[in-house]
Design a protein around this ligand. Structure first.
Ligand code: 5FX
Length: 541
């Protein structure tokens, strides 16, 4: 890492992800000069989250305490200050948040945001009422993307707009349980008093931007596309979707803006408490997947695979062709373009569970298992859904032998390979169903926590039969936010995102497909698709 020199200008990117809050600072040369993070479970243990969330007894409702996110920001800024970070050099900041989560600001909270007192931390001023401060959130526990409790609301929304395909055509996706509109509808139905007491609804991204702005930040087009509420073509809220969701939503959501928008300067709270310049600009925050697209400087033809709490796959799209599977979002770096996104819930937490069960809790042992087992795993295929998966909508562990017979156990090493191959076959299968195809010259760009494991990336390269590249910063959402902060200042003068980032380090080649990969996995993919249909037919909640 280069060191901060006080004369240089700096851009900050934050990422409010599921398990932690992270920050990256870059200088004008696009060098990373500072990185830090706050891990929710361990560093804010009194919120008693597991993986950053609370899962209800029914397994379907999943929330995070909104004050945990606020407190994490206090803690992160304090850590940076103690490390000698010079906030006076920050020209602009932006950020991202886990997608779909919603924050409910209580009536009167905008005044609190406008009048934040630099003598106190944010959480002291935004938390529950006391003699001095009024509480700012009408709902303490925000529903997050892992929630799948809104099946009823999804059905009603699709019925109201004329079916799943029609909804996908308008908003880029059929109704999904985690999508914010369906979460809002449920909040309105199940917590009417709290809903009544709400003056603004934010996404996690726009909530975080609001803290820096000292006022409510607009929802950006790209993260707004994950709500089942935004018309991805007109970039306006869809009246029919709003009406089918809850009353007065237009007012509660505010007007959406392009992701590149400069929302205004940081509030005086940041200037007086930490020494930010009063000219420091806040560029609209967006979703973590859109921010990753920016961080990886994804281009047409590339496919990005993000290996995090959720695994996601995304590509740049010129023309939206929404389908019943997957999502089309407005593109975060060029709002006239689009991106396609696929999300899988069973990502790193499942990899960690299998590492603990089959590899003595060690990534080295896990990697050795991948190296010591053959491509194609002697025909064994596995589906590992610890929680209800999105694609396919199935749950449980399903293992098959080379004759497609269901088996209950395999060796520990074969289980490790079955997990990793199964995850990547599924990512490839669903990307191809959405229209993606591997062509000569295709690159797979890998990011997220597991992208630092070369043996996992070798399997990714083999299954996709394409070279895999990574960037040096494993958190591409944070880096992408810092890049977007920089671009936000120049967009109005007509400079494109890619022009701003010409000097950014090139992605590094980390794995190339082995000679037999194409033959092994083309055949296996066909079997995988058939077996997935069988798994889908098994009963689930
Ligand atoms: C995308 O649709 C998702 O639900 C997840 O990838 C979240 O954004 C994770 F933060």
């Amino acid at each position: 890492m280069a060191t901060v020199q006080s004369s240089e200008e700096v851009y900050l990117g934050f990422d409010f992800s599921t398990q932690q809050l992270k920050v990256v600072a870059i200088n004008e040369q696009l060098e990373v000069i500072h990185q830090d993070n706050v891990h929710f479970d361990s560093q804010l243990a009194h919120f008693r989250t597991d993986g950053g969330v609370h899962v209800a007894a029914d397994g379907l409702r999943v929330t995070s305490p909104v004050l945990m996110w606020v407190k994490a920001l206090d803690l992160l800024l304090d850590k940076m200050q103690k490390a000698g970070f010079d906030f006076s050099s920050v020209r602009a900041l932006s950020g991202s948040g886990q997608q779909h989560g919603s924050v409910y600001w209580k009536t009167g909270a905008s005044r609190t945001l406008e009048q934040l007192d630099p003598a106190f931390s944010l959480h002291q001023q935004l938390q529950m009422s006391c003699d001095v401060f009024q509480d700012s959130f009408s709902v303490d526990n925000s529903p997050v993307w892992m929630d799948s409790s809104t099946g009823l609301q999804c059905e009603r929304l699709q019925e109201a707009v004329g079916g799943a395909a029609r909804l996908a055509d308008i908003t880029g996706s059929r109704a999904y349980e985690r999508f914010t509109g369906n979460q809002i509808a449920k909040m309105h139905q199940e917590q009417p008093r709290n809903f009544q007491d709400t003056e603004r609804i934010s996404l996690v991204s726009s909530f975080a931007a609001s803290l820096f702005l000292g006022g409510y930040a607009a929802i950006d087009y790209s993260d707004g596309s994950g709500m089942n509420l935004l018309d991805i073509r007109t970039k306006k809220w869809s009246d029919i979707c709003l009406e089918a969701t809850a009353p007065n939503l237009d007012r509660l959501l505010g007007t959406p803006l392009p992701s590149v928008s400069v929302l205004g300067p940081v509030s005086s709270y940041w200037v007086r408490r930490f020494g930010f310049p009063d000219s420091c600009k806040v560029v609209a925050f967006t979703g973590d997947n859109p921010a990753s697209l920016a961080g990886m400087r994804l281009q047409q033809g590339d496919i990005a695979v993000s290996l995090g709490t959720s695994d996601t796959v995304f590509v740049w799209l010129q023309h939206p062709r929404p389908a019943l599977e997957g999502h089309v979002l407005v593109n975060p770096v060029d709002w006239q373009q689009f991106m396609a996104l696929l999300c899988f819930k069973n990502g790193s937490l499942t990899r960690e569970r299998v590492r603990n069960r089959c590899a003595e809790g060690s990534w080295e042992v896990f990697s050795a298992a991948l190296r010591e087992t053959p491509l194609g795993n002697d025909g064994y295929i596995g589906f590992f859904f610890d929680v209800l998966e999105i694609m396919p909508r199935a749950v449980g562990i399903h293992l098959f032998d080379a004759d497609n017979n269901k088996v209950s156990t395999v060796s520990a090493q074969a289980e490790v390979r079955a997990l990793v191959e199964g995850q990547f076959l599924s990512r490839r299968l669903h990307a191809e169903l959405l229209g993606y195809s591997i062509i000569p010259g295709s690159r797979v760009l890998a990011t997220g926590g597991a992208s630092c494991n070369k043996d996992i990336l070798q399997v990714l390269s083999d299954v996709f039969n394409a070279p895999v590249y990574t960037i040096d910063v494993s958190n591409s959402a944070c880096l992408g936010s810092a890049y977007r902060a920089m671009h936000g200042l120049l967009d109005k003068s007509g400079v494109s995102f890619f022009d701003v980032l010409k000097k950014a380090p090139e992605a590094r080649l980390v794995a190339t497909p082995q000679p037999t990969a194409q033959q092994v996995y083309n055949h296996m993919l066909k079997r995988f698709a058939q077996l997935e249909k069988r798994v889908l037919q098994e009963p689930h909640p």
